[in-house]
Ligand binder design. Structure first.
Ligand SMILES: [Zn+2]
Length: 195
């Protein structure tokens, strides 16, 4: 197992925690100096706040912790790497750039909201006069990241009080490679229209 995969396993643990809390299962960890300095998961339902994505939860923690952020610096994450199970959305990808994140590794693509190339290349494709770009690399624990999203949307559908059109859905397990992937993104699974 590569070093990146080892870290991503820890991010997956946070995604599992989100799943158990009935949140869209996305988890992340931030690593600095070979150590995890923050871990977080999606809390949008719990806090009724659509901005409470895993990445922003962790950034808030890092910035509010005096040991991790002793002084104000323009780019407080310039020595910090993010591992997140799903490609950061446009909002988070932009926040990460403004914080000067060193590098990002993620599991699966986010075809609906992805800010590291799937919808917009906020990390490096878009030119910015000031904020440095950062590299974002996909594919670590990708299948696990996709499967937990599928499991989540199937469960949500089953729990819905008035199941709509998709009552007999089965959990698909085949995962096409990224290039050949013509299937709907994991975010397009049942109940996605309500999100
Ligand atoms: Zn986000």
């Amino acid at each position: 197992m590569s070093e990146h995969e080892v870290w991503m396993r820890q991010a997956m643990v946070m995604a599992e925690e989100a799943f158990a809390a009935r949140e869209v299962p996305v988890g992340c960890i931030f690593v600095r100096g070979g150590k995890i300095i923050a871990k977080a998961r999606n809390r949008t339902n719990e806090l009724r706040n659509a901005t409470r994505h895993a990445e922003l939860e962790a950034i808030d923690y890092i910035l509010s912790n005096k040991d991790l952020t002793p002084v104000f610096r323009e780019y407080p994450l310039s020595h910090t790497t993010l591992y997140v199970t799903v490609e950061p959305c446009i909002m988070c990808a932009s926040a990460l750039r403004q914080m000067g994140i060193k590098e990002v590794f993620y599991g699966c693509e986010n075809d609906r909201f992805g800010g590291c190339g799937s919808v917009l290349g906020v990390n490096e494709g878009l030119k910015h006069p000031k904020h440095p770009s950062y590299q974002a690399t996909s594919g670590y624990c990708r299948e696990d990241a996709i499967m937990i999203l599928r499991r989540f949307y199937i469960t949500e559908n089953t729990n819905a009080p008035m199941p709509k059109s998709k009552t007999n859905r089965v959990l698909k397990t085949e995962i096409p490679s990224r290039k050949a992937d013509k299937s709907p993104s994991p975010f397009s699974q049942p109940a996605s229209s309500e999100r």
